[in-house]
Design a binder for this molecule. Sequence first.
Ligand code: IPE
Ligand code: IPE
Ligand code: MG
Length: 257
Amino acid sequence: MTGIPSEVAEPAVERLRAAGLDPAALPRHLAVIMDGNGRWARARGLPRIAGHRKGADAVRDLVTHCAEFGLQYLTLYSFSSENWKRPLAEVEGLMGLLRRYLQSEIDTLDRQNIRFRVIGARGRLSADIQTLIAKAEAQTARNSGLTLVLALSYGAREEITLAVQTLATAVRDGRLAVDQIDEAAIAAALSTPDIPDPDVVLRTSGEQRLSNFMLWQAAYAEFIFTDTLWPDFDKAALIAALRTYAQRDRRFGGVDG
Ligand code: IPE
Ligand code: IPE
Ligand code: MG
């Protein structure tokens, strides 16, 4: 990892250096499995939704820090395809927080030059939330700073299944030959055709699993697990994770150096 990416603007470089971070060793794409909201609330005798509310505050702060550090891509696993199994009241609480986030944050994201994107089965979300998402994506589409990807109603197996259907349909219709199905064709049929693979998958709350997150894209990601519960994940925790990443030796099957 040598050379400062030209995309990392000068103020970002200053901020990184001030935080003791090497701008040349910054991940291009940080993906976060934000876990532990429920346990954060339970430890305080509060309802689970209080943890989700505090978790949403942590999201706002993280997005700002990542944009200020000049990170290019941040993906946040916000609601999985499996999370629909949760009690209706919790699902509705989470959707309420999402609605409020979309209503109140998008102008701020836009001012921060952030491009907003959603991956996942958005058709399962309520119509008004789908409209807010479409509006947010359109409003911020031409921004050139951080790309913020929310994984909502997202499941990697579902994503891969849809990609297989897309490719099979193209073969059936004579638009694609079987031997044209290569890794690039599969990647292009996923929900992230224009987003580089995550360099880091970070999971909070001590759990060490992917929970159906980016199974294809995370093939060579560095995994960072921290016991910190998501609502407590602050700027210091982000800096610690970025330092851990900078110390990793990524060999991609090759040899050192
Ligand atoms: C993460 O926190 C938020 C979502 C999965 C939506 P959890 O709600 O999973 O919190 P724990 O794992 O129960 O502590
Ligand atoms: C993973 O967390 C999904 C999100 C963070 C959105 P979960 O809390 O749902 O995962 P499991 O059930 O512990 O695997
Ligand atoms: Mg959890």
